[in-house]
Design a protein around this ligand. Structure first.
Ligand code: S3P
Length: 428
């Protein structure tokens, strides 16, 4: 249990953990590159640790010193002697399945925790099977555990029904070992870290709108670079500084990839007072400093193409909406029901328990503010982003809030609560 006390204001500078999505990809690509990959500021979250332990079991050589990580696999990947446990991490389970499906001779079972074992896997299993992958699991591979038996795969054009960077990445990683081109066509643009990293490591991609084609004519080079701070972790401080009076937060070295910063664009039209100072490309990814000040937020509408660009920030956007003037509607976000928890339910429950006016919709929420949030007791529903979003709501409440299962924050941001204590001067 973590008790969060109301905060008068929040000020200071936060150095963020390395981006979780980019960290997973750096480790996976390092394990199939010629010379290995070394990255600085690798994510310290439990999800990326799951990816590393799975890769280690399949023969990758992993060296870690602080947040600097080197991954290579000089002898190639091999069958692990026990199951690969992806823990709570959908990115690990789905992308690793794609990577191993294209490795002839490698046999592995991918498992996960109770939450991950309920999440849908057919979205990767079906397209991978269509190019010759041998993957089996409950109800034809609808969920974990998945048994993967690596094969030489064909090239194909995959037309995705849902915008999902995990699915796109699984197919591109599988396509790396195919002799034919792989094309992935998304209905809407999702985060493009895989495309950027592949290009950075020397695999040319042809991108036309939402269509990405990869023809891996050359082996993947190695490289060394610094991973930007995780925008999804920054999002909690951005909203905290915006909704608390007399606040100001500076976030140096944070990722500014436009396929991730949808929250900033939505908050800008809600009235966010902020500035962005760019500091170039880090391993092909834009990074810079975001500074945010207390703001008077107004309601907005969010739907359609904006959703994939802020999918992980919707829980904290709901908190901003509860404290903004007017009625905000968030639609087309059905995917939230398939995350670490059913986030539509978990956020509606948590915010309603604190007195916010939240209506659960089939594909999002209708939220009317500004609400005067009260103290109380809430559950994070075992979901890291819900835990941190409710903690920010608690800072703006008029009494202490007890969060039942705060330790799940460590999935992406182990230092979240200690940073919160520091920024609020220990008053929370
Ligand atoms: C991720 C993609 C998104 C996101 C997840 C990380 C990734 O999932 O929600 O936290 O690293 O590719 P989907 O691909 O399911 O949308």
């Amino acid at each position: 249990m973590k008790r969060i006390h109301p905060a008068k204001k929040i000020t200071g500078t936060v150095t963020l953990p390395g981006d979780k999505s980019i960290s997973h990809r750096a480790a996976l690509l390092g394990a199939v590159s010629v010379d290995g990959v070394t990255v600085h500021n690798f994510s310290d979250g439990a999800d990326c640790a799951s990816t590393l332990s799975c890769l280690e079991k399949t023969g990758a050589d992993i060296r870690r010193k602080g947040t600097t990580l080197s991954v290579s696999a000089p002898s190639g990947l091999a069958s692990p002697s026990s199951a690969l446990d992806a823990g709570n991490s959908g990115t690990t389970a789905r992308t690793l399945c794609g990577l191993l499906a294209g490795k002839p001779g490698v046999r592995a079972t991918i498992t996960g925790d109770a939450s991950l074992s309920k999440r849908p896997m057919l979205r990767i299993v079906k397209p991978l099977q269509s190019v010759g992958a041998a993957i089996d699991g409950p109800e034809g591979g609808a969920s974990l555990p998945l048994e993967v038996s690596g094969k030489r795969l064909r090239g194909a054009t995959h037309v995705l029904e849902t915008a999902s960077a995990q699915v796109k990445t699984a197919l591109l990683l599988a396509g790396l070992s195919s002799e034919e081109p792989t094309t992935v066509i998304e209905p809407l643009a999702s985060r493009d870290h895989t495309e950027r990293m592949l290009a950075h490591l020397g695999i040319p991609l042809y991108i036309d709108g939402h269509s990405i084609t990869m023809a891996p004519s050359k082996p993947l080079r190695g490289g060394e670079w610094t991973i930007p701070g995780d925008f999804s972790s920054a999002a909690f401080w951005i909203v905290a500084a915006a909704v608390l009076p007399d606040s100001s937060i500076s976030l140096p070295g944070v990722g500014l990839n436009p396929t991730r910063t949808g929250l900033l664009r939505v908050l800008e039209r809600m009235g966010l007072a902020f500035s962005v100072e760019r500091s170039g490309l880090w391993g092909g990814e834009p990074a810079g400093t975001i500074t945010v000040h207390s703001s008077r937020l107004r309601a907005t509408e969010v739907s359609g193409a904006e959703i994939p660009q802020l999918i992980d920030e919707l829980p904290i956007l709901a908190v901003a909406a509860a404290l903004a003037e007017g009625t905000t509607e968030i639609r087309d976000a059905m995917e939230l029901r398939f995350k670490e928890s059913d986030r539509i339910v978990a956020v509606a429950k948590g915010l309603s328990a604190l007195g916010a006016k939240v209506t659960e919709l089939e594909d999002g929420w209708r939220i009317t503010g500004p609400s005067r949030l009260s103290g109380g007791r809430v559950s994070a529903s075992g979901d890291h982003r819900v835990a941190m979003a409710l903690a920010v709501a608690a800072l703006a409440a008029d009494g202490p809030v007890d969060i039942e299962d705060p330790e799940c924050a460590a999935i992406s941001y182990p230092g979240f609560f200690s940073t919160l204590d520091r920024l609020t001067g220990g008053c929370s």
